[in-house]
Write a protein of this length. Sequence first.
Length: 145
Amino acid sequence: MSKLIYILNGPNLTLLGKRQPHIYGSETLADVEHKCRTVGEEFGLAVKLLQSNHEGQIIDWIHDARKEAAGIIINPAALTHTSVAVLDALNAFDGPVFEVHISQVHKRESFRHHSYVSLRADGVMAGFGIEGYALAMRRMGSLLG
């Protein structure tokens, strides 16, 4: 049986491929899902990719992950810099957590340099485009596969 990995995406990531392509690229969440499923198959990992513009929904999914997921890959988007609630939910999850940012946040506005999620994350990928998700999946595979 495959181990399930939740891939959670925060606000505005539904616009991936359309919003600021000079920062976020032209690939979409469907491309992210395809990449993650492909890598997951190499390691016997299944993928559940979810996106919400609502903080509470993301927290609910983290709670759900406690019951059914072996790991979480999360791109909290703007919630990275603001949400102690997402951090608290992640702190209640026992498996590995990887934080992904498509852009190199440390080359951007100073408010983007702080991440609450990083206080829980076992690893952070930033600036690799959507390939950061695949890198996180490979690390999940090496830990769980």
